[in-house]
Write a protein of this length. Structure first.
Length: 100
C-alpha cells in the first residue's frame, strides 16, 4: 500500500495576521492578548535555545511542568516576578518598557 502524504501550503504568518486583523473581533482579541502570546512564544524559544525541558525550567523557577506548558501556550498571565524568574533561569535579563 502506498500511503499518500498530506501536503501543506506554506503561509507567511505576517501576511496572514495582517489579513486576520481586518476582522474587528479578531483585532480586539489580538489587542487584548497579543502581547501575552508574544511573551509566551519568547519563553518557548529561549527555553529551546537553552536546551532545557519544561520540567527543568519549572524546577528552576519553583513551579510545575503544566504551568510552564500553560505559559508557553499563552494561557496564563505573567507577573513581573514570574517573568524575572524565567529570565534568570534562562540566563537572560528582563526588560519591560512602555513605548509610544
Amino acid at each position: 500500500m502506498n500511503k499518500s502524504k498530506k501536503q501543506y501550503k506554506v503561509v507567511d504568518f505576517q501576511k496572514y495576521l495582517a489579513s486576520e486583523l481586518k476582522n474587528p473581533k479578531i483585532r480586539k482579541y489580538y489587542n487584548e492578548y497579543g502581547k501575552q502570546l508574544e511573551i509566551a512564544y519568547q519563553i518557548l524559544l529561549l527555553r529551546k535555545q537553552e536546551g532545557i525541558s519544561q520540567s527543568e525550567l519549572a524546577q528552576k523557577i519553583g513551579t510545575t511542568q503544566s504551568n510552564i506548558a500553560r505559559m508557553e501556550q499563552g494561557k496564563q498571565n505573567f507577573t513581573t516576578e514570574t517573568l524575572q524568574k524565567i529570565a534568570s533561569a534562562l540566563r537572560h535579563d528582563l526588560k519591560v518598557e512602555f513605548v509610544k
